[in-house]
Design a protein around this ligand. Structure first.
Ligand code: IVH
Length: 680
């Protein structure tokens, strides 16, 4: 048969090529070809397999989501039991562990440990026979778990066929399936929009996804996996050390945590632990500690096991991020745009080293979905610099007479009606700037650093000014005089003695300084709904000045990259309000000014010819920056190459950052990008 009539060869080559690109994309996060080319190859393979169904194999890249929903999961007996780890909760317990290891080994010198995050996901055993994934099972009770092969096959970063050819005939790899934080946020957002149940944390979301009987549901969930150990391995040991064995897993296309690293002795363990604790919040996955393993397999063997945990490994735990406490009441907070947020008033509780007394409950629907009632014992989670949240209740502890929450129908601050627009989660006070809470937040926002940057005008001062009725709107700030301000800084006795207020003078000077600003800052400061910094910058760049912007109708507004119908409607509505136009007039009279620019259509593009790659977590959606860069003439690519000019790396940036370093490219953090944009 010739190559034309025998599709076998083509199918084989296509599969190899697709596996290679799949690995580049999902494991190395460094694609070499555009998505469209990948899709073309996949479609070609699909077409060939449809024409020749007898050639389909379960490890073909087309076979990730296959099979009908299961009736239930079957039980799997683990060839080698899946054990647990002993914990260390303090530096002393860690020291004891290292001492015991050295004593048992009779080692005077430092032991080399392999250190890596303790991932907060689900332990899974992958079984590969002759390089093909044949089974995936949960840990279960350690001896028996559940067969979740159908679902694990949908995880794109888990190879259905190992790369290379030097794998043992039987290879069981263990690791943690988890949901990245970014994916978790997006999933919860989606669930909320669809009126479906949200997940309390990424771990629960990952567990819930793997427990789906219909693999199509699991396929739609952003799961991934890091590998960290082994079960049954045929044909002799893989290497002499755990770290060398891990390197082989990587070469076979499995994902290994990039934080994994060997360290020397107790001092090395402690330094690693402290450094990772510092960076914990910036990672894109939840971890609850660090696992240390004696790196040499011969040492692991001589240390052996005690009860159900190895003597050669330990998990040093971070302080817990979730605690229980009593829900004393639910207060309503009114935000700058009138959105009402129910806030839990809690019996004080320590969470990850901080006393928490308040936590957000998001909105009415969330409260109903979680069935949170006043008097309940609730679970409070504080992760990183995210504000504390109530993630659920402990039903067994519900006291008799626990009260359901009712959203008020009038604003608790101003008495205005409360409306909830169709399709919106938030209920809003309709009072606008008549509502003192909204007014207060609007003025605070106006003065804030990223807006008009009025140095020294903090929340407290704004509150005092409003209480004393010195101001009603942001423009009134510029009419304040020394005699009005001095009493806010000095005690009455000091005032009477004729003492001068430095604070008042400084604030007046800061107000004066803030008058010279940039159009984009001014726009952001106005607090138009949905107009964040990036959108304000895009609008400013497009229209050049206030006149052009105010004259633009919805259609003209939507010509700005990043501005869709909703933002356009908010912008138009803002400038339609006579009250807002009056404030603008007053600000103009007060002498606010900025350098006018010509509209974008008449301007050169300062970033023309420059290519950017954005990676890691940024404080605003990547799309915001992307559209702004594009508006300035730049190209934004998804992978790093020699042709990249700038890599913008937020916390949690992984292989793209590494590659940028290797290629010695310009690497900026988010602030660096903001600075660069503001210098243009
Ligand atoms: S090694 C012999 N490494 O922790 C046990 N486990 O408490 C080998 N886990 O069920 C386990 N991250 O789910 C190991 N980097 C890591 C881990 C890790 C999370 C989990 C795993 C296991 C549990 C044991």
């Amino acid at each position: 048969m010739t190559a034309d009539t025998d599709p076998r060869g083509r199918i084989k080559r296509l599969r190899a090529e697709l596996r290679h690109h799949n690995h580049r994309y999902y494991v190395l996060d460094d694609p070499q070809i555009p998505d469209a080319e990948y899709d073309r190859l996949l479609r070609e393979l699909q077409a060939l397999e449809t024409a020749h169904p007898e050639l389909i194999t379960p490890d073909s890249p087309t076979q990730r989501v296959g099979g009908a929903p299961l009736e239930g999961f079957t039980e799997v007996e683990h060839a080698v039991p899946m054990l647990s780890l002993a914990n260390a909760f303090s530096a002393e317990e860690m020291q004891d562990f290292d001492r015991r290891v050295r004593e048992r080994l009779g080692a005077d010198a430092d032991v080399t440990y392999l250190a890596e995050p303790k991932l907060d996901g689900l332990a899974i055993n992958l079984r590969f026979e002759n390089g093909s994934l044949t089974q995936a099972a949960t840990r279960g009770d350690g001896a028996r778990g559940e067969d979740v092969t159908q679902n694990v096959r949908t995880i794109d970063s888990v190879p259905l066929k190992l790369l290379g050819a030097d794998w043992p005939p039987v290879l069981e790899v263990r690791g943690e399936v988890y949901m990245p934080r970014s994916g978790f946020e997006a999933l919860n957002q989606r669930q909320r929009t669809n009126g479906e149940k949200t997940f309390a944390n990424p771990r629960n979301a990952a567990a819930g996804s793997l427990r789906q009987l219909d693999p199509r549901i699991a396929a739609a969930r952003p799961l991934t996996m890091f590998c960290y150990g082994f079960g049954e391995v045929g044909g002799g040991p893989l290497a002499e050390t755990q770290s060398a064995a891990m390197a082989r897993l990587k070469a076979w296309g499995l994902r290994v945590c990039p934080e994994q690293q060997t360290v020397q002795g107790l001092a090395g363990c402690n330094a690693y632990f402290d450094a990772l604790a510092e960076r914990r919040d910036g990672l894109d996955y939840d971890i609850d500690g660090v696992v240390f393993k004696a790196d040499r397999f011969d040492q692991q063997q001589s240390l052996g096991f005690v009860s159900r945990a190895p003597r050669w490994a330990i998990a040093r735990k971070f302080p817990a991020q979730e605690e229980m406490t009593e829900l004393l009441g639910i207060d309503i907070q009114v935000g700058r745009t009138g959105a009402l947020t129910p806030v839990a008033r809690l019996a004080p509780v320590q969470v990850a080293g901080v006393t928490v007394t308040n936590a957000t409950l998001h909105n009415e629907d969330e409260i109903r979905r979680k069935d949170v009632r006043i008097g309940d014992t609730v679970i409070v989670r504080r992760a990183g610099d995210v504000i504390p949240q109530v993630t659920g209740v402990v039903p067994d502890r519900r006291p008799a007479g626990a009260q359901a929450f009712v959203m008020p129908d009038h604003c608790p601050e101003c008495g205005s009606d409360i409306l909830r627009a169709a399709g919106e989660a938030a209920a809003r006070c309709t009072g606008g700037l008549f509502c003192p809470a909204q007014r207060k937040e609007a003025i605070k926002h106006f003065a804030s650093r990223r807006a008009m940057d009025i140095d020294g005008l903090g929340d407290k001062l704004v509150e005092q000014m409003l209480e004393r009725e010195l101001i009603q709107d942001p423009a009134d700030l510029y009419a304040l005089n020394y005699d009005q301000l001095a009493p806010l800084f000095l005690q009455p006795a000091a005032l009477e003695k004729g003492q001068e207020s430095k604070g008042a003078k400084n604030l007046l000077a800061a107000l004066e300084r803030s008058k010279e600003t940039e159009f984009s800052r001014f726009l952001f400061a106005l607090g138009i709904r949905e107009v964040g910094e990036a959108t304000a910058r895009a609008l400013a760049a497009h229209f050049g000045g206030l006149e052009g912007l105010m004259g633009a109708d919805r259609e003209a507004l939507q010509e700005v990259s990043d501005v869709g119908p909703i933002v356009a409607a908010h912008v138009e509505a803002f400038f339609d309000q006579s009250h807002n136009r009056e404030v603008l007039e007053k600000l103009n009279h007060a002498g606010i000014w900025w350098q006018e620019a010509s509209p974008a259509s008449e301007r050169p593009q300062p970033l023309a010819g420059q290519t950017f790659v954005l990676t890691g977590t940024l404080s605003r959606p990547r799309e915001d920056y992307k559209s702004e860069l594009i508006a300035l003439g730049a190209k934004v690519a998804s992978s790093v190459s020699k042709k990249t000019d700038y890599v913008v790396a937020g916390p949690g940036a992984g292989s793209k950052r590494d590659k940028a370093e290797k290629l010695e490219l310009n690497i900026l953090n988010e602030q660096g990008l903001i600075d660069l944009l503001s210098e243009l």
